[in-house]
Write a protein that binds this ligand. Structure first.
Ligand SMILES: N[C@@H](CCC(=O)N[C@@H](CS)C(=O)NCC(=O)O)C(=O)O
Length: 221
């Protein structure tokens, strides 16, 4: 039987594309990515709410990262990224939900999009948006930091999908000057990000800007 390949359609420098890529790496599945902007007509056919990524795998067209990641892990990785224990599974689900419902929207709209638009589209920097979002981002980071002080991984003793979601959401935050400043004050969280970032599957899915060490989204360093 042919080896499965995951075909990803999404933006290349995208948090959720990276999440899906990392799970594919964990499952030792080869993957390709076709640049597909969220608002394109092509993506509207793929995702009715016009988010990226969407994927094709095993003859299936899938969208929504949680569904995609769980499918890959269940069908091709023996479910190793999802705890069997019900309480640990509930922890994992809780943190994925927090990541998607709270951490990502606030960081994306309050910090990353203003920084990316300024850097790549050369639009004026909306410092007002960033300033307004920073207290809530700081609060979120503090809550996440409390969890990494309690347990090595978000589900408890074992690495799970929750760690992949949270790492891929927080790493771009750390790549901004403001996010780096906040995370530097939360040593357990900084250490956790360093540790998880060394995992081969996360090394393999680093953004180009991170590989070349010109990592900053916010400032040229
Ligand atoms: N609930 C979606 C969220 C995906 C998402 O927000 N992706 C971002 C890119 S990282 C996106 O599509 N942004 C474009 C937009 O919101 O218009 C999922 O889990 O796949």
């Amino acid at each position: 039987m042919a080896e499965p390949t995951l075909h990803i359609y999404g933006t290349i420098m995208s948090t959720y594309s990276r999440i899906v890529q990392t799970v594919a790496e964990e499952a030792s599945i080869t993957w390709t990515i076709t640049a597909t902007p969220a608002g394109s007509a092509e993506n509207k056919r793929r995702h009715p709410f016009q988010k990226v990524p969407t994927v094709e795998i095993d003859g299936l067209s899938l969208f929504e990262s949680v569904a995609i990641c769980q499918y890959i892990d269940n069908a091709h990785n023996g479910g190793h990224l999802q705890p069997r224990d019900f309480a640990a599974r509930a922890e994992m689900d809780r943190w994925i939900s927090i990541a998607n419902g709270y951490l990502f929207p606030v960081a994306e709209h309050g910090l990353l999009m203003p920084r990316l638009a300024h850097r790549f589209l050369k639009t004026p920097l909306r410092s007002d948006i960033i300033e307004a979002a920073l207290p809530q981002i700081a609060e979120h980071l503090g809550i996440v930091c409390e969890r990494v002080e309690e347990a090595p991984y978000f589900a408890g003793t074992d690495f799970s999908l929750a760690d992949i979601f949270i790492y891929c959401i927080l790493r771009p935050v750390q790549m901004t000057a403001e996010g780096d400043n906040l995370i530097s004050q939360l040593l357990p969280l900084r250490h956790w990000l360093n540790k998880i970032g060394q995992r081969p599957t996360l090394v393999a899915t680093r953004w180009e800007s991170e590989k070349t060490q010109s990592i900053a989204i916010g400032t040229q360093r």
